[in-house]
Design a binder for this molecule. Structure first.
Ligand code: HSE
Length: 431
């Protein structure tokens, strides 16, 4: 290994500029650990003039991707352009040119991670993406290295900062969904088009990456049950509070025997659950293993320097591997065939809000319906609804299977005493 490792950045936006900033500001510690200098030698940008005053003489700005990807002096390519197709093309070319690749691109890894890993292995290259999940939280390496000897059976997490900010403001300040989203956009957490965040897709991509790593199974995006928070009624959050629960957009990846379930959905957490106190744009992920018990990782899920810290940890890992001459050997191949959990085996508590006719025997009727399915109630609220002769009933069930709860929903919708089922969510009672 020479005394200098050249890094090429594809993109110089929020994350790319953070990477350059950390390399420039923390060279002493990096050199001490790695026994070499790290230099950002080339950066691919769209507009040369916009960035020319932002870099020194040791860095070349270019609008030609080939100057970076096919440059013999560069060892590590950092892809931070975002998007899927263009980024995939750049990374494939870089790996085929024998470059190690670091990326923050969760969309790309969730969709094409398996293919990119294969190409990386064929070319003896590292492909790392610590920044793709949980921003600055050192999460992927904690799962793949720290918990390497454990059998992980459950991951539950808040992996999207935008939605956590929105839900925090709705819950703590009684803001409406629309006001909270607008504020998140003003503060720059939410994208101009926040669809992927609020519809749960961003979180689903991150859960796919976590599930693959934790369960060594080739889980795909289509395997994830996804529902987002757009238009979430404030009254559900208020009822939740009265019952001791906090609403969060929760990603879960659960393994039961040899089958897995991965989902992203608005979920009530009991207030004592450690994830219930994770506020604003912060992320946190709870990992349960057979041997370690319960662990929790908390931190900033986005932002320039936090995300760049995770990118830097990958660059450091590549350089350490170069010292040991073991690049391209850290691909953890799937060990198990994919098997998805049946709805009968997906066990949870549920919250359901029902509008029922306010007449004698209506509640008895509803409770009989649940009794027939062997679903018992943990908590109940009943109030007159704004509509006359309609009662609003909120129930939190004890644990039951998703299949059984779906049957209850069907029967409620068929029942003469029920006007409609207004909403329902999963509930995570214990940690
Ligand atoms: N849009 C993402 C979020 C950014 O809100 O968490 C980090 O992946």
């Amino acid at each position: 290994l020479g005394k200098k490792v050249n890094v090429g950045l594809l993109g110089f936006g929020v994350v790319g500029s953070g990477v350059k900033q950390i390399i420039d500001n923390n060279q002493e510690k990096l050199q001490h650990q790695l026994d070499c200098e790290i230099n950002v030698s080339h950066i691919l940008v769209r507009n040369l003039e916009k960035y020319e005053n932002m870099v020194g003489q040791s860095t070349v700005l270019t609008t030609n991707p080939n100057d970076v990807i096919n440059n013999d002096t560069i060892d590590v390519i950092v892809e931070v352009v975002g998007g899927v197709e263009q980024a995939r093309e750049y990374i494939l070319q870089a790996l085929q040119a024998g470059k190690h690749v670091v990326t923050a691109n969760k969309d790309l890894i969730a969709l094409h991670g398996t293919e990119l890993h294969r190409i990386a292995k064929e070319n003896n290259c590292d492909l790392f993406y610590e920044a793709s999940v949980g921003g600055g939280i050192p999460l992927l390496r904690s799962i793949s290295d720290g918990l390497a000897a454990d059998r992980i059976h459950k991951i539950i997490g808040i992996v999207n900062g935008t939605t956590n900010y929105i839900l925090t403001k709705m819950n703590d300040e009684s803001w409406t969904y629309t006001d909270a989203l607008q504020k998140a956009q003003e503060l720059g957490f939410a994208e101009a088009d926040p669809t992927a965040d609020v519809e749960g897709l961003d979180a689903a991509r991150k859960m796919v990456i976590l599930a693959r790593l934790a369960f060594l199974m080739d889980v795909e995006l289509d395997d994830v049950t996804v529902s987002g928070i757009s238009g979430l009624p404030l009254e559900d959050l208020t009822y939740g509070q009265q019952l001791g629960y906090t609403m969060k957009l929760i990603g879960t990846a659960t393994k039961n025997k040899d089958a897995v379930e991965v989902s992203v959905q608005p979920t009530f957490l009991c207030n004592e659950h450690p994830l219930a106190s994770v506020k604003n744009e912060y992320n946190a992920v709870y990992v349960s293993g057979e041997f370690v018990g319960e662990t929790m990782f908390y931190g900033p899920g986005a932002g320039s320097l936090p995300t760049a810290t995770a990118v830097m940890s990958d660059i450091v890992a590549v350089i350490k591997n170069k010292h040991l001459n073991v690049n391209g050997k850290q691909y953890i191949e799937p060990l198990y065939d994919k098997k998805l959990l049946d709805k009968e085996d997906t066990i949870s508590q549920f919250y359901v809000r029902i509008h029922a006719k306010d007449e004698t025997g209506a509640f008895a009727n509803i409770s009989q319906l649940f009794k027939q399915l062997n679903i018992s109630f943990e908590r109940i609220i009943q109030k007159p609804s704004k509509e006359t002769k309609v009662a609003e009933i909120v129930i939190i069930t004890h644990k039951t299977s998703l299949a059984n709860f779906n049957k209850a929903l069907e029967k409620l919708n068929e029942s003469d005493v029920v006007k409609n089922v207004a909403s329902y969510y999963r509930v995570e009672g214990d940690a």
